[in-house]
Write a protein that binds this ligand. Structure first.
Ligand code: SIN
Ligand code: MN
Length: 285
């Protein structure tokens, strides 16, 4: 079936209400297959560039048990196609509408590969606690959008969300130290399968009992926006199908701390606070 390209640039009042109630919204078939192919090729190229030494990509994280790539961080700073993607109207205009702020920057850009057979778990967590403690982000105003580069099914480790859990606010968690990262740079502890701020299990169980659990399945090219206090996780991928997603986090310029001491590396928490402007659609193609 031919992918539809909706070029969505506005959410309906009902979609905004749903977002506010649930803390997430899935919009299907936003990107064309040829756009997805270009993005996929750029992902592959970045790995080749790094392996050949053409580029030194510092934000690459490997899976602990398999050595396959788990995450590529900060590629929007290295490749024009990913910089352009951040300004795609269907992402940026919707993010502006959800956050109610037209002056946004990209706080974080990452690609989670969750490769066939080897992609590992993401433990239960909320994102904002990392940005509060790691980057000094004053308020939980940031939102993320996942762009599905592969079909997401029940088999390849879909993102699990607790609808409405963003209303719990930010759960304070003491930092956990993973034994496996002792000889690694400190930023690693935020991104490996053993997370620094995992949500307490009893609290997750209680939230799911009260609010339920969803794992949105959708074809590649769909996008999923979610709140920075959303409780989320994903299981490992034992299927032969990779589950690659691009995650872009938008934050208002006014909600960044440019003077934060000990900022994390730029590829993990961007410090370019210039407001993003949308590209025209043709530019991206
Ligand atoms: C994340 O929480 O940042 C990623 C989760 C996933 O890729 O499943
Ligand atoms: Mn997360």
């Amino acid at each position: 079936m031919m992918a539809k390209n909706l070029l969505v640039t506005k959410l309906t009042p009902q979609q905004l209400i749903d977002y506010s109630d649930n803390g997430f919204i899935l919009i299907e078939d936003v990107f064309l297959h040829k756009e997805l192919d270009m993005l996929s090729q750029a992902v592959t190229q970045s790995i080749v560039d790094n392996e050949s030494g053409t580029k030194h990509l510092r934000g690459i994280v490997a899976e602990e048990n398999h050595g396959t790539i788990r995450t590529l961080n900060g590629l929007h700073l290295e490749y024009e196609i990913f910089a352009q993607l951040c300004c795609h109207p269907s992402l940026l205009l919707l993010a502006q509408q959800i956050i109610c702020d037209n002056n946004l920057y990209v706080h974080q850009f990452k690609i989670n590969l969750k490769e066939a057979f080897t992609g590992d778990v993401w433990e239960w967590h909320q994102d904002y606690i990392y940005w509060l403690k790691g980057d000094g982000m004053p308020k939980p105003k940031a939102i993320s959008v996942a762009i599905l580069l592969d079909d997401v099914t029940e088999f390849n480790g879909p993102l699990m969300l607790v609808p409405g859990s963003h209303k719990l606010g930010t759960i304070d968690v003491l930092p956990q130290q993973s034994a496996n990262i002792v000889n690694q740079p400190s930023w690693m502890s935020n991104v490996t399968a053993k997370l620094k701020y995992p949500a307490p299990k009893e609290l997750v169980a209680e939230a799911i009992k009260e609010r339920g659990l969803v794992a949105p399945k959708a074809s590649r090219g769909s996008i999923l926006f979610f709140d920075c206090n959303m409780l989320h996780a994903s299981t490992c991928n034992l299927s032969p199908f990779s589950r690659r997603i691009i995650l872009i986090t938008y934050n208002p310029i006014t909600n960044a701390d440019p003077h934060f001491t000990h900022p994390r590396p730029n590829f993990l928490a961007s410090r370019d606070f210039t407001p993003l402007a949308t590209t025209t659609y043709n530019n991206f193609l």
